[in-house]
Design a protein around this ligand. Structure first.
Ligand SMILES: [Zn+2]
Length: 255
């Protein structure tokens, strides 16, 4: 008997041990949005003929910096980028990388997609953290899954897996949100939102899409041009991811 630990905490510990989404993270999949012929959001500067700020370039730069920090902090961590250059990948290809990468027995993967937002309203600004809709039912065992996937999910019903995945998504989003607010205390935080987004539904691992700011907002766009700001965003995301890693695996939060 565990003296002094409440029943609720015991239940949480039990869930932690049983959820295939809360095993120690061995694999981080970083997804820079858009790429190639798909620039994502963009703005053109009226002052400089033809000069553009493209979402695909901003998010690739930040994603590479996140990867570099994680590899430096956690040499044993498997860090995978869905794209490492200006390539176009379909949403299916991105989700397949998340779904088909075997994190190893007793370990798990997480998927972080990095985007910049845009709106017709130029006063829309700030950061938001998107997770799949809780009522979106993911099917884990489809006809062509790999054997490791069957071993991984066989002990749970589809409903249990969806519930556990939803909780893991919120946990991951909260960790990223917390680190972001720590780095940028005055940022407009639009919070954690559920959205029906293809890459969040299809990856089958805890997944969060971060919208780092609005290219359509002059102040946010100015930040996105600033290399220091981008580096701070990368640090905030990397720290949020580090919160999800097994704390015993390496030195925690090195600078
Ligand atoms: Zn985008």
């Amino acid at each position: 008997m565990l003296l002094g630990i409440s029943g609720a905490l015991c239940a949480q510990v039990k869930e932690f041990k049983e959820s295939p989404f809360l095993y120690p993270v061995s694999t981080v999949i970083l997804d820079a949005g858009h790429g190639g012929h798909d620039p994502g959001a963009l703005i053109r500067f009226s002052d400089y003929a033809g000069e553009e700020l493209l979402e695909k370039e901003i998010v690739l730069d930040i994603t590479k910096q996140v990867a570099q920090l994680l590899r430096q902090w956690y040499p044993d961590l498997q860090v995978i980028l869905t794209r490492n250059s200006d390539d176009f990948l379909s949403l299916q290809q991105r989700a397949d990388i998340a779904a088909r990468t075997n994190p190893g027995v007793g370990a798990s993967s997480i998927f972080i997609s990095i985007h910049a937002n845009s709106s017709n309203a130029s006063d829309a600004s700030g950061v938001e953290f998107l997770v799949k809709r809780a009522d979106k039912r993911v099917r884990f065992l489809v006809h062509d899954v790999d054997t490791w996937t069957i071993m991984r999910y066989a002990n749970h019903t589809v409903d249990e897996l969806n519930q556990l995945l939803n909780r893991a998504n919120i946990l991951l989003a909260s960790q990223l949100e917390q680190r972001f607010l720590e780095q940028f205390p005055t940022v407009r935080n639009r919070g954690i939102k559920e959205q029906d987004i293809w890459v969040l539904n299809a990856g089958k691992v805890p997944s969060v899409l971060i919208e780092i700011g609005f290219l359509s907002n002059p102040e946010d766009a100015q930040n996105m041009q600033n290399p220091d700001w981008r580096s701070q965003v990368a640090h905030a995301i990397a720290r949020g991811i580090a919160d999800s890693l097994n704390p015993g695996s390496s030195a925690f939060f090195p600078e």
